[in-house]
Design a binder for this molecule. Sequence first.
Ligand SMILES: [Zn+2]
Length: 659
Amino acid sequence: MKQIDLILAGGDVLTMNEEFDIFSPGAVAVQEDEIVAVGTPDDVTARYNADEVVDCTGSAVIPGLINGHTHAPMTLLRGLADDLRLDVWLMGYMMPVEREFVQPDFCWLGTQLACAEMFRSGITCFGDMYYYEEAVADATAEAGMRAVCAQSILKFPTPDAASYDEGLRLAHDFVARWAGHKLIVPAIGPHAAYTATAGMLQQSKGLALEYDVPIHIHIAETEQEVKEQMEAHDMAVVPWIEQQGLLEAKVTAHHCVHLEEAELRIFQTRGAGIAHNPSSNLKLSSGFAPVAKMLRLGIPVAIGTDGAASNNDLDLVEEMRLAALLAKGITNDPTALPARQALAMATRLGAEALHIADRTGSLEAGKRADIAIVDLERLHLTPRFHRQSDSLYSLLVYSAKSSDVCHVLCDGRWVMRDQELLTLDVEDLRRRAAKVARRIDHFLMEREESVLSKLVAIGGVDRVETFEVQVKVHLQNEDGVEEMLEKEEIPVVRSSWRHQYDTYLLFGDLEKSRLRYREDEILDEDGDIEEIVYRLTLIGETKDREFDRSIVLSRSRFDAPATHSRRFYREYFQPVDEAQIHKDRRRYHIRYGGTDFAINLDRVTKPKLAGVFLEIKSRTWSAQDAERKAELMGELLGLFDVQQEVVKQEYVDLAKGQA
Ligand SMILES: [Zn+2]
């Protein structure tokens, strides 16, 4: 008789091995970090004597669940901004907050919080990708949890790397330091195909092969991404990453919502795993991953929660149920993804997808002792049927809740007993998380105080103000002005013709700012579109000073190329009102009195305003200069022989007057 550490005796043991063996009742023998035997209680107790025997009668003994994909530190961003479109959520909120707050201590705390939450739902291993992965790995190891930790690399600056070279260097140091660790499998995380360059993927692959570590990457999460990929590389995403050699490494691809069958076949032949994230895909409205098809092709598919900011929890029991239901819903087939398969995805297949099936994912001798014990004697799990063993899978996937998990063993160590976490101080974590939340709240409240600070937060503009001297005159027609511009006294340096489509986002009386989104169709002589330019201009309290003839000095204009869509700005800034102005503009750059002026002749087509508007403007930087330019403008108005009314308002006010 051999003396060992622990026997879990009685209870239904679901091994989740390839044969789906169930011992009912069963027993699991554990010595140090390893499972040494699984079988009937008689068989196991005949061979082993244990220091500790835990009676599991009335419970299910299952492999610790595997969360295939998450961003653990994002627990600290849970519920920060929800019910938004992906780009507004990501670029409007997540990234600015991450830029400001994501530091090693943030990642460490967020990860510990995540480990606590995951242990509670029976998870003993997770696949992670974030910044400062060093801190994530450290916090996870300290919690006694297993993880595959991928250091993110992006082609843009990130909270932990100013460039992708630096990101690669970080990833290199990280895998070198953690390779061979008992609990942590370090990995390389080129974030996604659309945030990578070809060279970056090739270098990531080289690093992964050199250290024999996995690669984690987001693939085809949204339709938009797939479309842009095609436009950029004239090739679908999976063949493209294959061309960079990425699939020579052990790859885990996250999401894979919009993949063609041919792409899935490439994954299958190259041995890549997939992490399916049902809650996140639903919440961000990304689409429905063809999970049943992936499984039919024999691809190992894990179930993931994704980060807590897009889920918003790390509950894999809930996620399993959702994966099974969703697969039935989208295939119109209630036999798709049965409960047994869903539990396999959360255990053995999950381990395969993460390329760690040699050590975890099933209850088999020789694997690490990662075990969850689920209380089956709960009201919502009553009654039980014994006719078919599959009813146990149904019970666990369709009826059980994560709160039914009562004990968890990870790498042979008790991390939760009677629902009490033994390696983590929950109260302390909660207190510290609340403190971080207060700081983030404060940061966002300050940012939301003005349109300008919100604009700066998304990298919208430089903080440089411009000043302009300008006058606008309403004329019957352009004849007089055009005639004048042909004369020698006012030499035209260059001219252009364009259609301008302006959307003004208005913020009410309290805030006098206006944000103008301008689409400029620049036309050639025949009126064909030559180029389209998008600009965003923040127009603050405009009038600073008024000279004779209603010539005004205006200020507070922040101007930059518009890098997002109009829809993005609308959803991000949430204006109280909006105005649309369309016009046909002839622009002349002239020199007069040694000074440059722009002369615009505008016909406003939406809303329909009669006549034509003459606008004269010039940039200025000092009060003295403004005065001189105002004088010259007055002279110009005289030259143009303007008898018509001088307009004091902006187009947007004129338009409102019309409405
Ligand atoms: Zn993700």
